[in-house]
Design a protein around this ligand. Structure first.
Ligand SMILES: NC(=O)c1ccc[n+]([C@@H]2O[C@H](COP(=O)([O-])OP(=O)(O)OC[C@H]3O[C@@H](n4cnc5c(N)ncnc54)[C@H](O)[C@@H]3O)[C@@H](O)[C@H]2O)c1
Length: 267
């Protein structure tokens, strides 16, 4: 008979849903583990998060107070996917309860908080910090690139799309999924281009060149304030005139856009 693992989730946002999908897939990916995850309880201060936990993600119940999840004797492992400012307090409570902990990065808001959590670890504690690879695709179609603006960016600043790799996904599938989610564009092919390191273990920004089937766009997931197909000529003119700008020079996103511009200087 397989071993039951009771799952508790603190914070039912984007990352909370991702952790939940990982627990659901555990038995399929690692059948030899012989583990069966049971989604016991999730906590969120927001009513919509609590409803989502039960109706969409499949938790048996949802709580407003995260401590009720940590203290539940049926919960064996707790995912901390709430905002950064809560990680320290939540992680310490999970460790004090003697449960396995999967805490999203950053563990603390600085060295002192992170060291405090590290100091609370018993030798037998089962813990993990969540890091994810990030894909950064430059999506092209017949001489134009699909670029987006995030809310809060200065007017005229555009960059490539970007997304996180989910558990059980290839890098290419992550590119296809993220591009479709953010823009509705269908990627037909993608190739690795180059990478940008992040100062976290197991964290890399992976740049891709991707081809779209057409310039058709959908409603997207609302992450971007603006999404545009920009022709090479328009981009060069905009950069010269100062009406368009790019992400920082060290970023893989700028390198992808500059290489795309250099592909054919006459186009
Ligand atoms: N590993 C990675 O690469 C990666 C990527 C993105 C985000 N993250 C991390 O994941 C964490 C969550 O990010 P997100 O994008 O899912 O944010 P999010 O805003 O989508 O979700 C956070 C959720 O926590 C809930 N929350 C707030 N206060 C709470 C409380 N007191 N008790 C319970 N729930 C509470 C919010 O209502 C929200 O639903 C952050 O720490 C972030 O740094 C990591």
């Amino acid at each position: 008979m397989s071993r039951r693992l009771g799952v508790g989730l603190l914070g039912v946002g984007w990352m909370g849903a991702l952790h939940t999908r990982a627990y659901r897939r555990l038995a399929d990916h690692y059948p030899d583990l012989d583990v069966r995850c049971e989604l016991v309880a999730a906590a969120d201060v927001g009513e919509s998060g609590r409803r989502r936990a039960v109706e969409e993600l499949g938790y048996a119940r949802a709580e407003q107070d995260w401590r009720a999840v940590v203290d539940d004797p049926d919960v064996d492992v707790v995912s901390v996917t709430a905002p950064n400012a809560l990680h320290r307090e939540m992680a310490l409570a999970v460790l004090a309860a003697g449960k396995a902990l999967w805490v999203e990065k950053p563990v603390g808001r600085g060295l002192a908080e992170t060291a405090e959590v590290a100091a609370a670890l018993d030798p037998g504690a089962v813990t993990a910090v969540g890091f994810n690879y990030r894909t950064v695709p430059l999506v092209e179609h017949a001489g134009a690139a699909l670029l987006g603006r995030k809310p809060g960016w200065p007017p005229g600043r555009f960059s490539t799309l970007a997304g996180f790799v989910e558990p059980g996904e290839t890098l290419e599938d992550a590119v296809r999924r993220e591009v479709f989610e953010e823009s509705g564009a269908r990627v037909t092919a993608c190739d690795y281009h180059s990478s940008q390191p992040w100062p976290f273990p197991a964290s890399l920004m992976l740049g891709f060149r991707a081809q779209a089937a057409s310039r058709a766009l959908g409603p997207g997931d609302g992450e971007l304030a603006e999404l545009r197909w920009i022709e090479r000529g328009q981009m060069r003119a905009g950069l010269t005139a100062g009406t368009l700008s790019l992400p920082p020079a060290y970023s893989v996103a700028q390198r992808l856009i500059r290489d795309w511009l250099d592909d054919d200087a006459t186009r």
